[in-house]
Design a protein around this ligand. Sequence first.
Ligand code: F6P
Length: 369
Amino acid sequence: MTDSKRPRRIGVLTGGGDCPGLNAVIRAVVKTAHYQYGIETYGIEDGFTGLIDKKIGPLTPAKVSGILKQGGTILGTNNRDNPFKHPVLVDGKLTHVDVSDKVLKTIDYNDLEGMIIVGGDGTLSIANELSKKGVHVVGVPKTIDKDLSATDITFGFDTALQTAVYSIDKLYSTAASHHRVMVVEVMGRYAGWIALQSGMATGADVILIPEIPYRIERVCEDILRKEREEGREFTIVVVAEGAKPEGGEMTVAKRIEGSADPVRLGGVAFKIAAEIEQIAGKESRAVVLGHILRGGSPSPFDRLLATRFGCAAVHFLMEGKHGHMVSLQTPRIVPVPLDQAISRLRLVPPDSEYVATARAMGATFGDGK
Ligand code: F6P
């Protein structure tokens, strides 16, 4: 694959939902490759779609200069395309085909000795499949949900938490003025870390997370009791998009077939606000923060972690530690096998000290405890 006269070359792509810090990773990859190893980096556009449609080109230190502070990803991303289940229309009917060999050819044609693939569990599962087909892959974990178990934390979460806290803080005055219940929905499909930590950091009265199913009657009883006990007439509820009632399901907004995780959530806050109005007789409003949490300039913590991850990913690739993901095991960045990295989600343990502390502050999870 390598021609000795040509500079060596690696590729980088961002897949899945965007999050603050992706550009800091891209910058770190390009700079480490250039300054430490004298090799070129090619950027792949729009996640795996770019490898299928050959949307690929050189990234230089000049091209990544100034992107450290930018939200989103200059490469574009995609959380629909999967080379092992690529959507195509056959006789007007949508089917999914395996185009992974085409992806391998694109990598080979562009002389990419290795790929740095930045993404969450869905993207890293695909990266793992490509690694099993012989591609030299190093994964970089990203998710605002903080739900990957193989790393202490991912970049994106800290910025999302700050945005959530800033937004929820603003709802207190309007809730108090109107004597209302404000139900704020934050992201977090399987893991309720953003809801739990933003709820705790703003002193929310009700925190609903996927890991602790709620009963709406209990939520209503707790709202009325706490308002009485604390002598006020407003309540703040923070709910993770993936929260579900006991024996019930998550609120699914739509499904995107072929995507590594086809379910798209959203709207649970509207359902809960309507139920509170009906059962507790309290005027309620729903606010969905949603993708606002994924936007904006990364916090200093996220810039640093993303830079460390991008730099370490290049080192691991050059040291032959492919088939691995970079992981923060404080204080070190270490390689963990991709198989292991995607095998388990980091969920909020219902008996954790965090949950116990929230309960001690008088917050309810709607589970009667
Ligand atoms: O996984 C990160 C995440 O932000 C989830 O919390 C959310 O369910 C999902 O991405 C939303 O994805 P999309 O951008 O397709 O709406």
